[in-house]
Design a binder for this molecule. Structure first.
Ligand code: DX5
Ligand code: ZN
Length: 223
């Protein structure tokens, strides 16, 4: 069974590692490269032990950039309550976690009916199988490669098995969802993920630290 992705790899920089008093400046830096995706990490201080920013910030960022694909990752206990706000803010895709207790399928349906791309996210301790019931209807599966909440953590290599299971399943069912990883992704860990079928690479710390962002983009997408 091939672990090759049907998609061209993309880098999705996360601005979580940026200066939160001036996130637009992080966006301006991203615009100097050929990056096409922007990853937006939304945290509620409940599902994860940290707070980040909300729909008003996403809306302002949207107002300052019409071209990037806004890949919104909701780390919330009740994402279903905030879908309308993030649709209104200009998200292009919304990814929700399977772990909390809410109507996951109904929430995905709502996102899809609004014309956005849909995704489900799995924490490092969650089995790949937890995503299987949704695979026929979604555009992306996000495998967390750190426990969500903070940037700058070390990549958890046990999650490679989850990626492999999901890419095998993708080939078996012929459903070409994107496979995304998030947390501790850099030029060392990206090739391991890509060998497991990953095509969408979130990078916060590694991207913000890279002196030559355009070179980092090329290296990570071709690694
Ligand atoms: C972790 C966030 C990540 C984070 C990745 O909770 O979901 O998107 O920004 O940051 P790095 O690349 O620093 O691990
Ligand atoms: Zn994220």
């Amino acid at each position: 069974m091939s672990l090759k992705s049907p998609h061209t790899p993309v880098l999705a920089p996360s601005i979580l590692a940026g200066d939160h008093a001036n996130l637009v400046s992080a966006l301006r830096v991203i615009e100097t490269t050929d990056v096409q995706w922007l990853h937006l990490d939304i945290m509620d201080g409940h599902f994860v032990p940290n707070l980040s920013f909300g729909p008003a910030t996403v809306k302002s960022l949207r107002g300052s950039n019409a071209d990037l694909f806004f890949d919104v990752h909701l780390m919330l206990s009740r994402p279903d309550k905030y879908i309308d706000a993030f649709i209104d803010a200009g998200a292009d895709g919304i990814t929700i976690h399977v772990e909390p207790d809410y109507d996951v399928a109904g929430t995905l349906k709502k996102i899809k009916e609004a014309g956005l791309k849909t995704g489900v996210a799995l924490n490092p301790g969650t089995d790949a199988e937890a995503a299987f019931p949704y695979l026929d209807d979604i555009d992306l599966v996000l495998v967390m490669t750190v426990w969500p909440g903070f940037g700058g953590q070390a990549f958890i290599s046990d999650t490679l098995g989850t990626m492999e299971k999901l890419s095998k399943r993708r080939a078996e069912i012929g459903q070409p969802f994107r496979l995304e990883v998030d947390g501790g992704v850099d030029l060392k860990t990206a090739p391991l993920c890509k060998a497991a079928g990953v095509d969408t690479l979130v990078a916060g710390t590694a991207f913000s630290r890279a002196e030559d962002k355009a070179a980092f983009l090329t290296e990570i997408e071709t690694a």
